[in-house]
Design a protein. Structure first.
Length: 228
């Protein structure tokens, strides 16, 4: 184990966790609609599916790399399989997040009914769809960062394990503060827009996105502390 390999492994684990925060937030918000006895199970299944998908995609690494190949062009803009997946996932995130914000802020008389109206199978299906989008983005990022396949496997397994341990606490923290739910949904809309932009080859540095998210979260925490 050379120092370069250790640094690459730690860097990739950290990066996978950062990229996985979006996944945890989405899962937390979706499972909040389920009866309390089903939420833990849904979170566990959702993140387990993310792990399985990532390992399957790593096993088919040659197929994943082909996703970056151009499928067709429209008015001089080339689109690959990865681009189409990112655009579809981004549109779904925009739709789902805006719908959730509307339900939580405008549709007051339906709030309580909506709270417990989530279907377990429907929730798992939506989690699986976004898991696929985030997994493809995660694996292609990993491929661009390291060459050794075993490092990717270890990084994915360790990062998902850490996310499984953190999921409950992040979910409880978000659910405890209504303002954080709206902020989290706004984050997901931003991520959705970023995915669409990347699908159209408009690169938005992730550092800008995560900095704005961190700053907004910090301001919100200060407001929460002032009210306590």
């Amino acid at each position: 184990m050379s120092s370069e390999i250790i640094i690459s492994l730690i860097t990739l684990i950290f990066l996978e966790i950062i990229l996985g925060i979006d996944n945890i937030i989405f899962i937390s918000l979706l499972t909040d609609k389920l009866p309390s006895e089903n939420r833990k199970k849904a979170r566990l299944i959702g993140l387990s599916l993310a792990l399985v998908l990532r390992l399957i995609l790593l096993a088919g690494i040659s197929w994943i790399l082909k996703l970056d190949q151009t499928l067709f062009s429209v008015y001089g803009n080339a689109f690959s399989g990865k681009d189409l997946i990112l655009i579809a996932g981004g549109l779904f995130l925009l739709y789902k997040s805006s719908k959730e914000i509307f339900e939580k802020t405008e549709d007051h008389h339906l709030k309580e009914n909506i709270k417990q109206s989530g279907s377990f199978n429907s929730t798992i299906g939506q989690i699986l769809l976004l898991d696929l989008v985030f997994s493809v983005d995660s694996i292609i990022t990993a491929v661009g960062l390291v060459d050794e396949l075993w490092i990717m496997y270890v990084a994915v397994i360790v990062s998902i394990t850490i996310m499984l341990m953190l999921a409950k606490y992040i979910s409880n923290f978000i659910n405890k503060h209504p303002s954080l739910k709206i902020l989290a949904l706004a984050f997901l809309m931003m991520i959705g827009l970023t995915l669409i932009a990347e699908g159209f080859k408009l690169h938005i540095p992730k550092a800008y996105v995560y900095f704005s998210m961190a700053f907004s979260f910090f301001v919100n925490i200060i407001q929460i502390k002032k009210k306590v």
